[in-house]
Design a protein around this ligand. Structure first.
Ligand SMILES: Cc1cc2nc3c(=O)[nH]c(=O)nc-3n(C[C@H](O)[C@H](O)[C@H](O)COP(=O)(O)OP(=O)(O)OC[C@H]3O[C@@H](n4cnc5c(N)ncnc54)[C@H](O)[C@@H]3O)c2cc1C
Length: 346
C-alpha cells in the first residue's frame, strides 16, 4: 500500500484538473481497500474513492482528506462467467473478452476507467450497458462495516444511474461479476443505428465479434472518445451532460419551442421521452470547438468539455455553466452533469 502526502490529483484524472489530496493511498488488494476505508470511517476522515479518474471533476482546492486509489488486479474467466477486480482497466478487460470469443460487453470497448466504476453510473454506449451483463457486485458496505454481495436486481440500475451513485458514501466496489455469451464468434444483436449504418447491417443483427469491437473503437476515436494523451480533445470526462429525460408535460413544452426543427426523441420508462444533450447544445449555438479560453468544447464532439492544456477547474465550470444556461434559455431544458463533482458544483 503506497501512501503519499499532499499528492497532486490532476495527473490521476483524464481532464488533468484538480488540486492536491492531503493524503493519497494506492491500494493493490481488496484487504488494503477495506482497511483504508475502515480506518477513514473510524476516524471520521473524509474519503474519496477513485479508479481511472475519467468521470471526475475535482475542484482547484483539491481534497482535504484521504483519496483512495483502487489499483487491484484480477481477471478471472470461468466459461462465460467473468469476475473483474475493481482496479482492472475496463478497456483492457473488454479486449480480453473479445479475444476469448465472448459477447456481452464488446460495444463498451474503449471506455476509459476502471471495472469497479462501471456499475456506479451503469456505463453504457452504442446500445449496450453494463447492467445487462452484470450478475453480482461485491462491495464493502461502509454502513454495515462488512463486505456484501449485491445481485443485479439489488443494484437499482437505470440510465447512467445505480444504487451506488444514489448513495455515494455507502459502497466501495471490490469485484464485478458478469455473465457473457458464447455466440459462436458473433456479437450481441446490434442495437444502435449508427453502428448498424457503419456496418451496413440491420438493427438486431449479430455481426462478427471482432468487427463489432473494432467498429466501435473507430467510431469512438473519430469523436475523441478514446484516450490519447497527445490529443486535447480527449482531455475530458467523456460526455459532460446526460441526455435529458423529459416527462410528458416537459416534452410538450419542449416541442412547443422547436418551431420548424425536429429534435431527437427516444421512448424512456414511465411515459417519458429522452432527447439528445448534444443536439440541444449544438442547436443552442455551442458548436464543436466552442470557446476561446483554456477550456473549450471538443472539436470532435459537442458533448465533451475539454482542457486545452492550461485550464483550471473553474475555467471548465464556467464553460459548463454558460452551456447549461444557454440550453435552458433556448429550450427550457435543464442539463445535468454526468461526471461526479468533488468540492465544486455547477
Ligand atoms: C474520453 C472518455 C469517454 C467516455 N465514454 C463513456 C461512455 O461511452 N459511456 C459511459 O458510460 N461513460 C463514459 N465515460 C465516463 C467514464 O469513463 C466512466 O464513467 C467510467 O466508468 C469511470 O471510471 P473511473 O474508474 O475513471 O471512475 P472515476 O472517475 O475514478 O470515479 C467516478 C465515480 O465512481 C466512483 N468510484 C470509482 N471507483 C469506485 C469503486 N471501486 N467503488 C465505488 N465507487 C467508485 C468515484 O468515487 C466517483 O464517484 C468516458 C470518459 C472519457 C474521459
Amino acid at each position: 500500500m503506497l501512501v503519499e502526502l499532499d499528492a497532486p490529483l490532476a495527473p490521476l484524472t483524464t481532464l488533468r484538473l484538480g488540486g492536491p489530496a492531503r493524503r493519497l493511498v494506492t491500494a493493490t488488494t481488496d484487504a488494503e481497500v477495506v482497511e483504508t476505508v475502515r480506518k477513514a470511517d473510524e476516524t471520521g476522515e473524509p474519503l474519496l474513492v477513485i479508479g481511472g479518474g475519467s468521470n471526475l471533476v475535482i475542484g482547484d482546492a483539491g481534497f482535504e482528506g484521504t483519496v483512495l486509489r483502487i489499483a487491484t488486479t484480477g481477471f478471472e474467466l470461468d466459461g462465460t462467467v467473468l469476475e473483474l477486480a475493481a482496479g482492472e482497466v475496463w478497456a483492457e478487460a473488454v479486449a480480453r473478452t473479445v479475444d476469448a470469443g465472448l459477447a456481452g460487453i464488446e460495444f463498451l470497448a474503449g471506455i476509459p476507467g476502471s471495472a469497479g466504476a462501471t456499475p456506479v453510473q451503469n456505463v453504457g454506449a452504442y446500445g449496450q450497458e453494463v447492467a445487462t451483463g452484470i450478475t453480482e457486485v461485491v462491495a464493502y458496505d461502509r454502513r454495515a462495516g462488512e463486505t456484501v454481495t449485491l445481485a443485479n436486481a439489488d443494484c437499482a440500475f437505470s440510465y447512467r444511474h445505480s444504487r451506488f451513485k444514489a448513495d455515494p458514501d455507502r459502497y466501495v466496489v471490490l469485484r464485478v461479476r458478469f455473465r457473457l455469451e458464447d455466440a459462436g464468434g458473433l456479437s450481441t444483436p446490434v442495437r444502435y443505428a449508427e453502428v448498424a449504418k457503419a456496418l451496413g447491417v440491420g438493427q438486431d443483427e449479430r455481426i462478427g465479434l471482432r468487427k463489432a469491437y473494432e467498429t466501435v473503437l473507430g467510431l469512438r476515436a473519430g469523436k475523441g472518445m478514446v484516450l490519447d494523451p497527445a490529443d486535447h480533445d480527449t482531455w475530458s470526462a467523456g460526455s459532460f451532460f446526460t441526455n435529458p429525460v423529459l416527462t410528458a408535460g416537459q416534452y410538450a413544452d419542449f416541442r412547443g419551442r422547436l418551431g420548424e426543427r425536429t429534435a431527437p426523441a427516444y421512448p424512456a420508462p414511465d411515459g417519458c421521452t429522452k432527447t439528445s444533450a448534444a443536439w440541444l447544445i449544438d442547436q443552442a449555438g455551442f458548436g464543436k470547438g466552442y470557446g476561446s479560453g483554456p477550456a473549450t468544447l471538443s472539436t470532435k464532439h459537442t458533448l465533451a468539455l475539454t482542457n486545452r492544456g492550461a485550464a483550471s477547474t473553474e475555467d471548465l465550470l464556467a464553460l459548463a455553466r454558460e452551456i447549461r444556461d444557454g440550453v435552458r434559455a433556448a429550450f427550457g431544458v435543464e442539463l445535468v452533469n454526468e461526471p461526479v463533482m468533488v468540492g465544486v458544483s455547477l
